[in-house]
Unconditional design. Structure first.
Length: 294
């Protein structure tokens, strides 16, 4: 079997624009290759490569196409083209389309998931932030893009340090109260392959920061989750609006002040799946892809 590991210039080896955290690409790719073994080949390739080149693969896994957030519509069109060409895309277009706008979190909440209270301005300016302080009865909020990843374009403001008058997010946004647990405990990530928990980890921010990504100094630690925490993540997975679980899902959760875990993201497009903390990840992914190929 020939598997394409879709990537982008910011992650491909040898690229002059490669990001400093693109080592995650290398670790993820090697895990999939090792898991597939002699059963096939895995090639990392730009998702914008010519369609005739990509159509020669049996399957495509959305590895590290990290720039899709700046070209969402183009990315969705490309995945549709691949599926029409007979390439098995993991995760498929229908899943990616649903997951590509963080408004899906509102739907999950309506379906019964424990979520973080959120306001959904189509564009965010200083007035939206000031109103959110009173709406949430909080002294600090976080503002994110609805189409985004890796905390890029994200800001946090407090009543003592409000946004400057010229600040704005000129695209669909979301505003949430800042949760102290993101600094005191960290963010828990649960990696599911075909609906079964593979492994979990705790992500902690560097001192003084709240962003848990390695790009900002965050660290990841293996986690043996408490039964109630594992059940909370499994409950979110069960609420996804699909007939069967996606090949991979990373459910990111943070603790509310009442002790419950709330979903902060259900990552189904190109999440890093942390093979360092999950030594069985590669074989599980490879087996899942091959099952989809029959």
């Amino acid at each position: 079997m020939k598997i394409a590991f879709l990537a982008c210039p910011a992650t491909l080896p040898g690229s002059p624009t490669r990001r400093p955290d693109a080592f995650e690409h290398d670790l993820y790719l090697e895990a999939v290759r090792a898991g597939l073994g002699a059963r096939g080949t895995v090639t990392d390739i730009d998702w914008r490569a010519p369609l005739e080149t990509l159509a020669q693969f049996d399957a495509a896994i959305l590895g590290t196409p990290w720039d899709y957030t700046e070209a969402k519509d183009e990315f969705l069109v490309r995945l549709g083209e691949l599926e029409q060409a007979g390439v098995t895309v993991c995760n498929p277009l229908a899943v990616v389309r649903w997951n590509s706008d963080k408004l899906y979190l509102k739907e999950l909440g309506e379906r019964g998931a424990v979520t973080i209270p959120t306001l959904w301005p189509e564009r965010a300016g200083p007035a939206d932030v000031l109103a959110a302080f009173d709406h949430f009865n909080t002294d600090r909020v976080v503002v994110k893009r609805r189409v985004g990843a890796g905390a890029i374009g994200q800001d946090s403001f407090s009543r003592d340090n409000p946004p400057p008058a010229n600040w704005s997010i000129e695209q669909a946004a979301m505003v949430q109260p800042f949760l102290p647990a993101i600094q005191s405990e960290g963010e828990q990530s649960f990696i599911f392959i075909d609906g079964i928990l593979s492994h979990a980890l705790l992500k902690r921010a560097a001192g003084g920061d709240y962003r848990i990504q390695t790009l900002y100094g965050g660290v990841e630690l293996p986690l043996d989750p408490a039964p109630t925490d594992r059940a909370a993540a499994e409950a979110v997975l069960a609420l996804l609006p699909f007939d069967q679980p996606p090949l991979y899902a990373r459910i990111d959760m943070v603790r509310l002040e009442d002790g419950r875990l709330a979903v902060i993201e259900a990552e189904l497009i190109e999440p890093y799946l942390y093979p360092e903390q999950g030594p069985n990840l590669g074989p599980l992914l490879a087996d899942g892809i091959l099952r989809r190929l029959g």
